[in-house]
Design a protein around this ligand. Sequence first.
Ligand SMILES: Nc1ncnc2c1ncn2[C@@H]1O[C@H](COP(=O)(O)OP(=O)(O)OP(=O)(O)O)[C@@H](O)[C@H]1O
Length: 261
Amino acid sequence: MRIDVESVAWQVNGRTIIEDIDLLCEPGTFTGLLGPNGSGKTTLLHVMAGLRRPSRGRVLADGHDLHRMSGGDRARAVALVEQDASTNLDLTVRDVVGLGRIPHRGRWAGAPDDPDAIEVAMELARVSDLAERRWPTLSGGERQRTQLARAVAQRPAVLLLDEPTNHLDLGHQLDFLTRVRELGLTTVAALHDLELALGFCDRLVVLDRGRVVAAGTVDEDVLTPELLAHVYGVDASVEKHPVTGRPHLHWNGPIAGTVHA
Ligand SMILES: Nc1ncnc2c1ncn2[C@@H]1O[C@H](COP(=O)(O)OP(=O)(O)OP(=O)(O)O)[C@@H](O)[C@H]1O
């Protein structure tokens, strides 16, 4: 599924949080949404997931306005994995993953439910061993993998991930993003780890104070030293990795007095 974000803005209490956002995600591509704390990544993902209605502009999913779709149609199209999914419900992992099947059940689902969807999703997110464990007892990383399984069980065409690896160790980070890529869905992930973004994404989009300040493929010099200095306040550069040939980040440290309050 192709996603077009057209001139989107979102305001709250008279304050503009994101503005003039244009984003094109071709079917099956992986877009990394980058930017410092508070730059608007989560807000944009929430608008793209249909949780927030844009104050201006629109989001098109294969040409259809996402915010005019029924909740069921939207949930079958787009799944969101939140940054820190919290629920106080005393559910098992299998129950939480099963929540992803709700849009596929009932009279209006259009097709019979797939009995294997939950097990397949748990296998993919490597939480099958945790199936009977209760959600409140899980570690941060186990919760993150369970939320991926819930999103995969939803069988969406578009996967939105908000800091999906922030609780994962290095091995699980690489495994998680490899598996997400293998799903072949149109994926947009907010990422703080620029090295992971360079390693896994097709395109990068950088937000700063609610606006897109740079965008392009990973090979297109999006993360220039000037941008890294201006947006993140760091002295860093992207170089070609001698073994993989992929771009990777080399940093020297913060630039005094440049990190935004
Ligand atoms: N409902 C709201 N009411 C008021 N301010 C909000 C609301 N939602 C977001 N904001 C503000 O909008 C700005 C952008 O927030 P957002 O969570 O989108 O940033 P982010 O790039 O995801 O940040 P981080 O990297 O820290 O997770 C922040 O200053 C935040 O405080």
